[in-house]
Ligand binder design. Structure first.
Ligand code: CMC
Length: 441
């Protein structure tokens, strides 16, 4: 299959679907991927049968063919271009993972040096963007700022908005990956009223992000290697995650032919929600609200009570029915950061660890296969690094930008690209006639 079409690939098998009401039946092709469940090809089903498929929330729907990331949620496996996340987090660095996601292979030493150089030399943003930042309210949420400024990049860099030009597509990808830390740090600086810091080319990607956020012009800034490594690992862990809500949003936005900057802005908007990238901030609010280990059972009971909308934030995942492999790495990283900073008794971490212990032994969470996800420990880690909670989703967006743009490129470059246009089960009013206002009761 390619893009939204099965193209010329041979089917692995056929499936027969029959309608008990009419007695009609239809033969459907079944295609195998490299890994994971096979798919039933419904692309021409409406034309053949007059029926739509119905799958709100897309629980059973493969929306596209992709070669970028594979998740086996039952076994807690996450592979980027075939490489396990554990190996990438341990031995790679964020920019190498970016190259891998964008190009499909790990770079040679020469390719890596060239890529690092390209990204390093695209980190500055147009000087006029500063005026744009000044237009926001001082207390604006940094995600609100990011939605605006990333979309506005299409106005500042119109020379890379022609999606039909492969060179422009690649430069747009480089620009987005390179400029996101600068834009994120500027959003933070706006909120605290400090001067924006220009990027430094002698620093790594993660060091630069920390420097532009926490450095000030009045003092030298020496990055701490342990904290920079933790920052880099946070970015790796968020780099891509298959067809999640924000990535699907980027693909759908891009399917109309929209430019890459506008598409990434749509991804940021989708990421902001508490069920997705906003969960790390929500976890911290929840841990604070719980306040002490003694109150954990009360909150566990609330999470299980169907009449109470409360959910354990940082728990559960649409795909993982097993421990999220990113959460394991994030928990380890969290301890490394706290050790480095000499934080022995971080109370929220204490509550988080006890909450995790109790929830993992609770029948409700066991039966529903609800495990900690990446957001459960990322908040405590990012807070220890010095970020305010409003920046947590922004850091997620910085890391995820490469995933979004890799998926966008893959979609644009697919041979049989079509606009994404789902249908619906309509349950509204039947046709009726307009009644003038003076004749309505
Ligand atoms: N606490 C308590 N119960 C839960 C939770 C939770 N965190 N998550 C799911 N459930 C229950 C839910 O009530 C439902 O029960 P029932 O079958 O009796 O109705 C069942 O588990 C299935 O939940 P669902 O909402 O149908 O599952 P979903 O796949 O639609 O939602 C989720 C996945 C991540 C939105 C959800 O688990 C959730 O809201 N978690 C908390 C928010 C969170 O941590 N989000 C971060 C996700 S990971 C980062 C990312 O990729 O964005």
């Amino acid at each position: 299959m390619a893009g939204s079409s099965s193209g010329s690939r041979a089917a692995a098998g056929r499936m027969t679907l029959s309608d008990q009401r009419s007695g009609d039946s239809w033969e459907l092709d079944v295609f195998d991927g490299t890994l994971g469940p096979s798919v039933i090809d419904f692309q021409n089903f409406y034309a053949k049968s007059g029926h739509f498929t119905f799958d709100p929330g897309f629980t059973s729907t493969g929306s596209c063919e992709s070669r970028i990331t594979f998740i086996d949620g039952e076994n807690g496996i996450l592979l980027h271009r075939g490489y396990p996340i554990e190996e990438l987090a341990a031995d790679s660095d964020y920019l190498e993972v970016c190259y891998l996601l964008l190009h499909g292979e790990l770079p040679t030493p020469a390719e890596k040096a060239e890529f690092d150089d390209i990204i390093t030399h695209h980190t500055m943003v147009h000087e006029q963007l500063r005026y744009f930042y000044r237009g926001f309210r001082r207390d604006a949420h940094p995600m609100a700022i990011m939605c605006g400024v990333v979309g506005a990049l299409s106005a500042f860099y119109p020379d890379t908005t022609d999606i039909a030009d492969p060179r422009q597509r690649l430069i747009a990808a480089h620009r987005l990956v390179a400029k996101m830390p600068t834009l994120a740090a500027m959003a933070y600086k706006s909120s605290v009223g400090q001067p924006y810091m220009y990027p430094r080319n002698d620093l790594t990607y993660a060091e630069n992000l920390l420097f532009m956020t926490f450095g000030v012009p009045a003092e030298d800034y020496e990055p701490n290697p342990v904290l920079a490594r933790a920052m880099d690992r946070i970015l790796i862990l968020h780099a891509d995650h298959e067809q999640n809500a924000s990535t699907s949003t980027v693909r759908i936005a891009g399917s109309s032919g929209a430019n890459p900057f506008a598409c990434i802005a749509s991804g940021i908007a989708s990421l902001w929600g508490p069920a997705h990238g906003g969960a790390n901030q929500a976890v911290m609010a929840m841990l604070r609200e719980i306040g002490s280990k003694e109150r954990i059972p009360e909150y566990i009971a609330r999470a299980k009570d169907k009449s109470d909308p409360f959910r354990l934030m940082g728990f559960g995942h649409r795909v993982y029915k097993h421990y999220d492999p990113r959460a394991t790495i994030m928990r380890q990283s969290c301890h490394e950061v706290l050790d480095e900073l000499g934080i022995r008794d971080e109370p929220l971490l204490g509550i988080a660890m006890e909450l995790e212990r109790i929830a993992l032994e609770d029948d409700y969470f066991i039966e529903k296969k609800l495990f900690p996800n990446v957001d459960f420990y990322s908040g405590v880690t990012m807070r220890a690094l010095g970020f305010p909670e409003t920046m947590f989703s922004v850091l997620f967006a910085v890391g995820r930008t490469v995933g979004w743009i890799s998926h966008w490129k893959e979609m644009v470059e697919a041979p049989q690209r079509r606009i994404d246009r789902p249908r619906q089960l309509y349950t509204g009013a039947e046709k009726r006639h307009y009644v003038p206002l003076d004749r309505r009761a």
